[in-house]
Design a protein around this ligand. Structure first.
Ligand SMILES: [Zn+2]
Ligand SMILES: [Zn+2]
Length: 248
């Protein structure tokens, strides 16, 4: 299923309604269904947003075989668009897209080496730091937000345009992290180290401190067995935990 020459290299998002109709006629070979797309007024951006139920509900395509064919084609289109994005991104960051390509060309033979890669995620979707807006696809427009409903990474300008529409203005968008993968990884590691150290410190505090109750003040106090000093405040490292789980 190849694209008509006039649509090659044109991002799906910027297809007009007529472009979509041309795609239905030439690529899908379903000239009969052109009126369905035309009357639904589906342009490229809308096409990209369609979900499976829309094929019947919005496009009014009821025949089972056609429904399947149209939906598969839309999925493929979305996928190839995403792949193009990934390749573009890889070129920019020095090329790591090989993994996916290798996997598909090596089917049956040796299992392609699984590269245990980390990546940044937002709303359970992975993305690369500094990627271009997937809507306008201009290289200098860096994606700043992710919309779960549109499934797009948008630059600030596109976000304003896309979500101006009444139908979309209530979409929840997530601001992308200002950390790249390395910095984010370091932060996670540092936090895990912090948790580990705090656990050790708490155990040590329980060995050094003892807790007693002062009936006159109706408060607990803490006795440091090592220094022989007394304090009203709980050792800081315990945070919300108690020195002892029971009252003394
Ligand atoms: Zn944009
Ligand atoms: Zn949205």
């Amino acid at each position: 299923m190849s694209l008509p020459p006039s649509l090659l290299g044109v991002p799906v998002f910027s297809w007009t309604i007529n472009n979509v109709c041309l795609w239905v006629e030439k690529s899908l070979n379903l000239k009969k269904l052109v009126p369905n797309f035309k009357s639904a007024g589906v342009d490229g951006a809308e096409l990209y947003e369609l979900v499976e139920e829309d094929v019947e509900g919005r496009l009014n395509i009821t025949a089972k075989g056609q429904k399947k064919k149209v939906w598969n084609a839309i999925k493929k289109l979305k996928f190839s668009q995403a792949e193009k994005e990934a390749k573009k991104e890889a070129k920019k960051t020095g090329g790591k897209v090989k993994v996916a390509v290798e996997k598909s060309s090596n089917v049956g033979k040796k299992k392609a080496k699984e590269v245990a890669g980390l990546s940044l995620h937002v709303d359970k979707t992975s993305y690369s730091f500094g990627m271009a807006c997937t809507f306008c696809q201009e290289e200098d427009k860096i994606a700043a937000l992710h919309c779960m409903a549109c499934k797009d990474f948008l630059c600030e300008d596109c976000d304003a345009t896309v979500h101006q529409h009444v139908k979309r203005k209530n979409h929840v968008r997530t601001v992308l992290s200002s950390f790249d993968l390395d910095v984010a990884g370091q932060k996670v590691q540092a936090f895990l180290r912090y948790l580990g150290c705090r656990k050790i410190l708490r155990a040590k505090a329980r060995l050094v401190f003892d807790r007693f109750y002062d009936p006159a003040e109706r408060l607990h106090y803490y006795y440091n067995m090592r220094t022989g000093t007394v304090q009203w405040t709980k050792p800081y490292c315990l945070k919300s935990e108690q020195l002892k789980p029971f009252m003394t």
